[in-house]
Design a protein around this ligand. Sequence first.
Ligand code: 3HC
Length: 314
Amino acid sequence: MRKKNAADAADAAFCARVAEGFVEPGDAMPDGYRATLIRQMSQHAHSEIVGMEPEGNWITRAPSLRRKAILLAKVQDEAGHGLYLYGAAETLGTTRAEMTRQLLAGEAKYSSIFNYPALTWADIGAIGWLVDGAAIINQVPLCRCSFGPYARAMQRICKEESFHQRQGFEIMLALARGEKAQREMAQNSLNRWWEPTLMMFGPPDGESRHSAQSMRWKIKLHSNDELRQRFVNMIVPQARYLKLRVPGSPKKDRRTGDYSYGPINWEEFRNVIAGNGPCNRDRLRARKKAEEDGKWVREASAAFAKKHLERRAA
Ligand code: 3HC
């Protein structure tokens, strides 16, 4: 009993500490806080890196030089986001090599959304508009999360994500104003990406095992359902502007102003995060190949750093 009281007091003291300002890497923190951050930040970093795959595949097939240059820059940004996040997670005592090992061994998750294929050019528009749109809704609050390095990384990432969303919307706008076949392609993409994008926010609140504790620690500032609803409220008017139909025909609740959505196939979500989505195997195969192909670069740079240090010491 006395032990439990002491643990409760320590937890309350840490929650009070979190309310005062950023926790920095050298500060005292509960083991659970550290482990939760490493889990979430590494999952986030892996998502950025795996997220390059569906879009990277379209760089050579983008319909103009302008579109190629923009997509190339966007995919490069995602690589940068992964690096900031791995770097921020490393301040908690893990290493990038260990996080990569966990990803390749299937021990660490990455966002379910990147296990769906980009089949048409409109899918690149839908990814920017919807997936990056969802990322912004989820990630802007993280700029105020309790862990300093994560919050600061998110500030830069969010600025770039808003450019990403606009480029996706612009692709959709061009298609929506185009010929019948282009409008159909845009509608088809919205139909396929809508539900998987809603799943990005995580399971419903009643099934989210980490939310309550993460919100107490300000690792998350809003619940999964709350952010999902914000996203729907943002996208429905944008889809109307594009003259596209959102699946499920959302209705506005006059009292709350919220649009309806769903139902969501949570069985499919569970299946995808268990490794059985349409592209899970391809995505991991590509990461394993990249790890293998990049081995000589890592070895060469480690050898160079060692030589440099030895010279300096001499
Ligand atoms: N995909 C895969 N796994 C998911 C998931 C999703 N969309 N949503 C939830 N999960 C997993 C959780 O990781 C957890 O599994 P674990 O215990 O094995 O780690 C389990 O499902 C239970 O879910 P919880 O709601 O309890 O988990 P969290 O509290 O961690 O909430 C989250 C999930 C909302 C995704 C939260 O981790 C979060 O906000 N993360 C930061 C943002 C992030 O990682 N975004 C990924 C997309 S990045 C991106 O989109 C890149 C951009 O360029 C487009």
